[in-house]
Design a protein around this ligand. Structure first.
Ligand code: NAX
Length: 328
């Protein structure tokens, strides 16, 4: 059988961690023939470490044949040692009365330390997915803190937005969600993201022509997808966890195993594509093959789309400028 790969997960005792780890261990992320060693990171706090112990007991009790080892850590330098995949889920949530700048600063500290640790000890081919919010800017910070690793190894999760958009389109037009191709979400994982189905098809037929309702796009679809996270908090009293874990699995699986020519959405550092300044971590349509992603280039951007892209880009530039001094 294949040699085991190392998968680091931070925030492992949190809600997303609880929905994620069992699926990684059962082979849903990297394949049913790929043994994994889980390297789990939580904060040193006693309660978090105890909760992590409980999660590990449950992982053991699943007797997953592919689970070749489990480690619990409170230091990223140990958790990221030789890791092939790193899912950075743990982040500082926004507390009562916390300003956006405080949130950025608290997370800048976490993702600077974790980027440095990845730089020092991870596999040189490590694939990093940042889930913890603000995900795009946290990925940018980790990337900038890891100058010895290729920038392209750092990605942020836009896949939940992509999957939410697909599900809304399917419900609107009676498509099977799995038949939708060439959908994408541009920009920041935030309500400013731009879910774009202008290129989307179902069985070769244009989704836009089938729906043919620009008012629905602007007044219903985009706000519904953009505010879906808030709607789930309002309904469940907790933020989305299982759907977020599912999107993380989709993102990593497609990156590692290939999208077979299909588009998927990933937040990746720009090389200047579509006028997005270099290094901004931005949601783009990508295809993946042999462990590498490629941004789909040359798509036409109409005036409405350009306006949407400008808005989400302006937000990301603001976040980047907000952490500039913290990155020195
Ligand atoms: P929880 O609060 O349930 O769990 C987070 C866990 O991370 C906690 O156990 C905490 O102790 C741990 N943690 C905090 N700082 C850490 C550090 N420096 N190192 C290691 N562990 C650390 O949150 P959960 O619901 O699991 O959400 C986790 C993150 O995902 C949040 O930042 C959330 O905003 C973000 N989300 C991102 C999404 C995306 O699409 N990109 C969607 C879902 C989710 O809202």
């Amino acid at each position: 059988s294949k040699p085991a790969v190392r998968v680091a997960v931070t925030g492992a005792a949190g809600q997303i961690g609880y929905a994620l780890l069992f699926r990684i261990a059962s082979g849903e992320m990297l394949g049913k023939d790929q043994p994994v060693i889980l390297q789990l990171l939580e904060i040193p706090d006693e309660k978090a470490q105890n909760a992590l112990k409980g999660v590990i007991m449950e992982l053991e009790d699943c007797a997953f044949p592919l689970l070749a080892g489990i480690e619990a850590h409170s230091d990223p330098m140990q958790a990221f040692k030789d890791t092939d995949y790193a899912l950075l889920v743990g982040a500082r949530p926004r507390g009562p009365g916390m300003e956006r700048a405080d949130l950025l600063a608290a997370n800048a500290q976490i993702f600077t330390a974790q980027g440095k640790a990845l730089n020092a000890v991870a596999s040189r081919n490590v694939k990093v997915l940042v889930v913890g919010n603000p995900a795009n800017t946290n990925a940018y910070i980790a990337m900038k803190s890891a100058p010895d690793l290729p920038a392209k190894n750092f990605t942020a999760m836009l896949r939940l937005d992509h999957n939410r958009a697909a599900s809304q389109l399917a419900a609107k037009a009676g498509f099977k969600v799995g038949d939708i191709r060439k959908l994408t979400v541009w920009g920041n994982h935030s309500p400013t993201m731009y879910a774009d189905y202008r290129f989307a098809t179902v069985n070769g037929k244009s989704v836009q022509e089938t729906i043919n309702d620009q008012a629905w796009n602007k007044d219903v679809f985009l706000p519904t997808v953009g505010k879906r996270g808030a709607a789930i908090i309002a309904a469940r009293g907790l933020s989305s966890a299982a759907s977020a874990a599912n999107a993380a699995i989709d993102h990593m699986r497609d990156w590692a195993l290939g999208s077979k020519g299909e588009w998927v959405t990933m937040g990746v550092p720009s090389n200047g594509e579509y006028g997005v300044p270099k290094d901004i971590v931005f949601g783009f349509p990508v295809t993946t093959e042999n462990g590498e992603y490629k941004i789909v280039e040359g798509l036409e951007i109409d005036a409405f789309s350009q306006e949407c892209i400008n808005k989400t880009l302006a937000e990301l530039e603001g976040e980047r400028d907000g952490v500039k001094d913290l990155l020195k």
